[in-house]
Every structure is written in structure tokens, then in C-alpha cells.
Design a protein around this ligand. Structure first.
Ligand SMILES: Nc1ncnc2c1ncn2[C@@H]1O[C@H](COP(=O)(O)OP(=O)(O)OP(=O)(O)O)[C@@H](O)[C@H]1O
Ligand SMILES: [Mg+2]
Length: 234
């Protein structure tokens, strides 16, 4: 479904990811793990059209998307929940969700994905009139994922959804990701919390200083002795 071929992305001449290739098949959960500064966010931003790779190609469902503007990539079926979530802090939960379905504003079934969002995150349905800025960190992450689902993506990309969230909610978020996949979506998730991510993922990549260090089925990566020592603290 998604094919990233040898992309290199740099910031003012400083290379952040170098010749990175990843593949995501329909219906998979793929985890990209790596330490601070490995290039995880840069990879997702490059796919989402928020950064422009200086070389390499990105294809989605067989068509090139590299170089396209971000809103066209979103409209084409890729939803991106960035690290900082980018909610509208002063707007209510309801309005943040509605902005997600803006593309469908002229359609009678504009809010169709709401059922799924409320099923996944019942606490959002209890807080519809609450301003986004007053939600807890975990609830804000749920709202950001919910808003992304309102765009009706085929591929959902999440940048460190567990960041800044209390442990109890982290598990809730990861379980929700599994349930999202079970509805037929494909998920590309970037995480520093490798152990939890490998648990829900089908396949994984490890990024190190801008390059793919290792790739394989999640079960294989999580039992690899080098990975266990270097990344899982075992
Ligand atoms: N806007 C920017 N301008 C300049 N350099 C940047 C910018 N964004 C990222 N970088 C650099 O690119 C490299 C990769 O950063 P990136 O944010 O992709 O890493 P990451 O794996 O997401 O890290 P983290 O786990 O801390 O979020 C780092 O060296 C970082 O300093
Ligand atoms: Mg990051």
C-alpha cells in the first residue's frame, strides 16, 4: 500500500534520514522504533508532505505522492497525527472532530466516522463540549486520533502516541490502535516505547541515526538478542 524508496530528507543541509526504505501492506500495523533523533518524525513528515525529501520516491496505492502538497496527501487517504497533536486548544472536542471531516462538509453523512471514534474512545463522547486544552494528555491524544479518523483515511500514521501520557492510558491507546486496524485500516506508528509497540505490530523497523538498522516481523525483532540488549533493556 505504501512504498517508501530510499528517501533522504535534510534540514538546512543537515541530513536527518538517509536512503530510508519502508513498505507497509494493507491491513498491517507497522512500527518504526528508534531513539531520540533517529529520524522517526522526519520519516512520517516526509510521507505526509510536511517535509520534502531531497531524493527518493514515495508511492501510495501505486501512485507517486512525494512532492504533493500536504492537503492533497490527506485527501488521498493518509491521515497523520503529529508529535505535538496540533489540536485547536480553544475549540471544543466536538468542533475539533468536525474539522477532521471538513473535506466531507457538503455531504449528509459527514460525521459518519463519529460512531467508530466514540466506540474507540467513549470518554470523548462524554466531553464533547469541553475545550480541547482542558483535556488530559491522554484524552488529547485520543482526540487527535479521533480527528484523524474523521478524514476517513486508509492509512493512519501516528507519531509517538504514547508521549506524555500516564501508563494506564498508554495501554488504552495501543489497544485502540489494534481495534482501528481491525476495522480495516492500515497503521504506521512511530515510537520510542519499542516493547509496547512491538506487541501490537505485525512488522517493525528500527531506525538509528537516520538509517534503517533492522527490519522484520515484530516477533522476530522483539526476540533478537541485540535488540533486547540495546533497546528493551533486557
Ligand atoms: N526542523 C528541524 N530543523 C533542523 N533539524 C531538525 C528539524 N527537525 C528535526 N531535526 C533534526 O533531524 C534529526 C531527526 O529528528 P527527528 O525529529 O526526525 O527524530 P525523532 O526520531 O523523531 O526523535 P524523537 O524521538 O526525539 O521525537 C535530529 O538530528 C534533529 O535534530
Ligand atoms: Mg519524533
Amino acid at each position: 500500500m505504501l512504498s517508501v524508496h530510499e528517501i533522504t530528507t535534510a534540514y538546512q543541509g543537515l541530513v536527518a534520514i538517509s536512503a530510508v526504505s519502508i513498505e507497509v501492506a494493507k491491513g498491517e500495523i507497522v512500527c518504526v522504533a528508534g531513539a531520540n533523533g533517529a529520524g522517526k518524525s522526519t520519516l512520517l513528515k516526509s510521507i505526509a508532505g510536511a517535509e520534502r525529501p531531497r531524493s527518493g520516491t514515495i508511492s501510495f496505492d501505486g501512485a507517486r505522492i512525494d512532492g504533493k502538497p500536504q492537503h492533497m496527501i490527506t485527501a488521498g487517504g493518509i491521515a497523520f497525527v503529529p508529535e505535538n497533536r496540533r489540536l485547536f486548544p480553544r475549540l471544543s472536542v466536538r468542533d475539533n472532530l468536525r474539522l477532521g471531516s471538513y473535506l466531507y462538509r457538503s455531504e449528509a453523512n459527514r460525521d459518519e466516522p463519529l460512531d467508530l471514534v466514540f466506540k474507540l474512545f467513549p470518554r470523548l463522547s462524554e466531553r464533547l463540549e469541553q475545550r480541547a486544552e482542558t483535556l488530559s494528555g491522554g484524552e488529547q491524544q485520543m482526540l487527535a486520533i479521533g480527528r484523524a479518523l474523521m478524514t476517513r483515511p486508509r492509512l493512519l500514521m501516528l507519531d509517538e502516541p504514547s508521549q506524555g501520557i500516564m501508563p494506564k492510558l498508554v495501554d488504552e491507546i495501543f489497544q485502540a490502535v489494534k481495534r482501528i486496524r481491525d476495522t480495516g485500516l492500515t497503521v504506521l506508528i512511530v515510537e520510542q516505547r519499542m516493547a509496547e509497540c512491538l506487541e501490537i505490530a505485525d512488522r517493525a523497523y528500527i531506525l538509528q541515526t537516520g538509517r534503517v538498522l533492522m527490519k522484520g516481523p515484530a516477533a522476530e525483532i522483539s526476540t533478537n538478542p541485540d535488540v533486547r540488549k540495546a533497546y528493551l533493556g533486557l
